[in-house]
Ligand binder design. Structure first.
Ligand SMILES: Nc1ncnc2c1ncn2[C@@H]1O[C@H](COP(=O)(O)OP(=O)(O)O)[C@@H](O)[C@H]1O
Ligand SMILES: [Mg+2]
Length: 325
């Protein structure tokens, strides 16, 4: 379950490793004399396969942005090493294949969205003849009208519009790996839904997505694998099934029936008067047959898999960490 990478990935039949890090650490120096040290990340090791949607989950201040910026080569690690698409971080050829949506992106207030995207396309050396078509296509994709992109300066954009422009600039170079730092925060429910659809469409296209979020629900609904980060430490990494257990546990409520017979198929059994409830890890046909055989009736069956939220809070509590720092 823990995905501590020991050595650089070797070629196998599985998809190649797109993002790999071992022992990444970051200590910031702060204060007027730069003599105070803040350790934001402690020996983080991760590996994300090509085509995977990976969610880095953690409360505010956990170190998510710090980790992402180091992977992008924007800040230097104090210790550790990492590769993106097999190349060391900061490598120029690698950067061309990577897209990045920063957290709270600050764009040029007095440019229109279109002018800004033209500027990014120019930086990426996209030929002039292709720019207009590429930008129109991306605007359509992220759900921003060409009209508002061309006629409005970005200081007049809502948070949702800025996120869309941010997403368009992250994708303009058709990257293989996309880093998204809190892509859904600050958006209204419709905006979140649309952003989630964009992420799912990127996933369909086979892109590798590295997604930072403090919102459990967003991670749960789009990510293949997640890692939980708190106070600079990776607490665990795995697929939702690995972390939460498969979905084959059920909470069952019912009425009546022979208690001893019911108790033999339910791992927990709690009866009050005629009503009872219990949990089981057995297959549903077996359980329903046993309940009926015991003379009982089933009122409801629900998945007893814990939510990511419950799992997340337990991880923090078990380590004496709270969600606020
Ligand atoms: N440039 C910096 N100088 C000093 N401390 C920083 C700097 N950037 C981040 N930190 C600190 O590192 C910790 C992790 O921050 P960050 O990576 O932004 O967390 P997250 O993205 O999970 O909210 C926080 O305690 C933050 O105050
Ligand atoms: Mg952050």
């Amino acid at each position: 379950m823990n995905h501590a990478a020991q050595s650089p990935p070797r070629p196998t039949d599985e998809p190649p490793i797109a993002v790999w890090a071992e022992g990444l650490s970051k200590t910031y120096r702060t204060g007027f004399w730069l003599n105070r040290k803040v350790t934001s990340l402690k020996r983080c090791s991760i590996s994300v396969r090509a085509g995977e949607t990976f969610g880095l989950l953690g409360p505010n201040g956990a170190g998510k942005t710090t980790l992402l910026k180091m992977l992008l080569g924007l800040i230097r690690p104090t210790a550790g090493r990492a590769t993106i698409l097999g190349r060391p971080i900061g490598d120029r050829a690698m950067r061309q294949r990577v897209g990045y949506l920063p957290e709270n992106a600050y764009f040029y207030d007095y440019l229109t969205g279109w002018e800004f995207l033209e500027f990014v396309a120019q930086l990426l050396a996209i030929p002039r003849s292709q720019r207009s078509q590429r930008i129109t296509q991306l605007l359509d994709w992220v759900g921003l009208s060409v009209e508002s992109a061309k006629n409005k300066q970005m200081r007049r954009y809502s948070k949702g519009m800025l996120q869309r422009v941010g997403m368009a600039q992250a994708l303009i170079g058709n990257p293989d790996v996309v880093f998204l730092d809190e892509p859904m925060s600050g958006l209204d429910p419709l905006g979140r839904y649309q952003m989630r659809e964009i992420v799912l469409a990127l996933k369909e296209q086979g892109k590798t997505i590295f997604f930072n979020s403090h919102i459990l629900n967003d991670v749960e609904s789009v990510c293949d694998r997640v890692a939980i980060l708190a106070r600079g430490e990776l607490l665990c990494t795995g697929s939702l099934d690995e972390l939460l257990g498969g979905s084959e546990r059920y909470a069952i409520r019912g009425r009546g029936g022979d208690a001893a017979a019911l108790g033999s198929v339910l791992d927990t059994f709690d009866r009050q008067g005629e009503s009872w409830q219990g949990e089981t890890g057995r297959a549903l046909p077996e359980v329903t047959a046993a309940v009926m055989g015991a003379g009982g009736a089933i009122a409801s069956i629900e998945s007893a898999r814990p939510t990511l939220e419950a799992y997340f809070l337990k991880q923090l509590r078990d380590r004496g960490l709270t969600t606020s720092q």
